[in-house]
Each structure stands twice: as C-alpha cells, then as structure tokens.
Design a protein around this ligand. Sequence first.
Ligand code: SAM
Length: 263
Amino acid sequence: MTKRLKRHRDFEISVQIKNDDFIRPPRDAQRNWLLNGTLNEFSDNLLALNTLARRYVPGSDALPTGDRSQAVMHDEDIMEDWQLPLMQAMAEGVTEGHGHVLEIGFGRGAASTMIQRCGVESHTIIECNDSIVGRFNTWKDDYPGRDIKMVHGMWQDTLPSLGTFDGIFFHTYPLNEAEFVEQIGESTTFAEHFFEHAAQHLVDGGRFTYLSNEMDSLSRTHQRLLFRYFDRISIRIVENLNLPETVRDAWWADSMAVVVAFK
Ligand SMILES: C[S@@+](CC[C@H](N)C(=O)[O-])C[C@H]1O[C@@H](n2cnc3c(N)ncnc32)[C@H](O)[C@@H]1O
C-alpha cells in the first residue's frame, strides 16, 4: 500500500494505492515523481477551479425536454447570442485553409454566414430539422454562385456516404434527453462522440473544430482523447462572453477554449 497526502488550508487530498504494481516504472524515485506530480496537478486544478467558479452564472433550471429533432424554434432557442464570438473563432479556425468545409448543424445560420465571409472553396452542411432546412433555403439566396450544398438528414445516416474535407465544423445539440445524458452528462466534451467520425472524414492536415466546453485550458483527459485521433491541436481562449444569468445552454462561464484539431 502506498499513501500520499497533500494538505491545503481549504482541502486535503489523500490517495491510497492498494496495488504495488500500479504505476510501476523501473525506479521508486520515478514512481514518486509521477505520483507527486499528479497530486500537485490535482491540487493546482482545485485552486484554479476555486477562482474560475466565481465567474459562473446560475443558469436556468429548465433542461431541454422532449424530442427536438423536428421542433420549430426561435433564434435564441436554437442558439443563444452569447455563443456568437465562439462561432466566429471556430469559423476562422476551420476555414484557415479556405478549402472544402463540412458544417454539421445549420441552426440559425450564424456560423454558416461567418464561414462564407471567411471564404471557402465549397461548403457542405448537414442538418436534420426540416424547419431549419427551410431557414437554410432562404439563407442560401444571399449567396448566388457559391458552392453550398445542403445534406438533409441526421449526420449519423448521411456522413458515411460523404467523402473527405479540409475542415469540419461540428455544432449540434442533444436532440432528446438520452442524448443529453450521454453527450453532456457523461462526456468530457460534448463532441467526444464525434471525434472518430471527424478524423475519418478529414484529409491529412485537415482541421476539426467543435464546442469544447472547457473554460481556460484543456483537461488532460480531453487532450488524450484528441490525440487518439489527431496529430496536433491549437487552443485559443475566447473571453468576455456575455452570458445571461439565466443562460439555458449547458454552459455557465464567460470564457471558452476554442480548439482546432489537425489530422
Ligand atoms: C446549436 S444549433 C447550430 C447553430 C449554428 N452553429 C449557428 O451558428 O447558428 C444545432 C443544430 O444541429 C442540428 N442537429 C442536431 N443533431 C443533429 C444530427 N444528429 N444530425 C444533423 N443535425 C443535427 C439541429 O437541428 C440544429 O439545427
């Protein structure tokens, strides 16, 4: 049995390793270094969260209920305005190569407009909601002559028959409570379930962006998940998000890390 303890005025961390072969590099000194390092990191994380948590807003009690796959919604129910700076940073990141871009989830079309402004060779959009596809048909009239395609359906059904892209912008939301529990409650980041599909549909060197749900940096768990599928990542923190106290999205902080992962 190995025990480690770290005390701070506000908390105490204690670890008991019951298996002597658990974390067992060749030398005891190396094992101590690994264990002490991880305890220090956990302690640093608690102290950082103590500061970051002061920037949270309470948010709304109402979680999305029922099936949203075909719901007819107002702009703010599709995506609240505070997310617009994130859409801009994600659009800039995914279009940097100006090639063929796939966007999943048209929503209000805010990100689509930004992607078009950044300039891309082609823009393919997957969207499952009939009324939102109706919004897309109106939106597209503002872009005559541009190579813009709508693929109407769930990405789970339509993506396999599409080829590869230079950039993928992923921004869906959970369509029902089961998706909410799986994709938000039980995941490190909302888009975790999509990482492997993004990697399959990107050219080498292609870029993938998504809502990270990380406030000031990326957790090691999140980074390790990304490095299972991608070679390199860039992270930019978008600050001063103007969240209402009663924000309805499952995010409560005034900053978010925008990630671009490169295959
Ligand atoms: C938050 S909105 C996207 C907002 C958009 N980025 C914007 O700037 O307006 C999410 C969109 O993803 C769509 N969506 C959710 N799940 C989907 C799925 N499995 N396949 C295709 N579209 C999906 C929803 O219908 C909705 O239009």
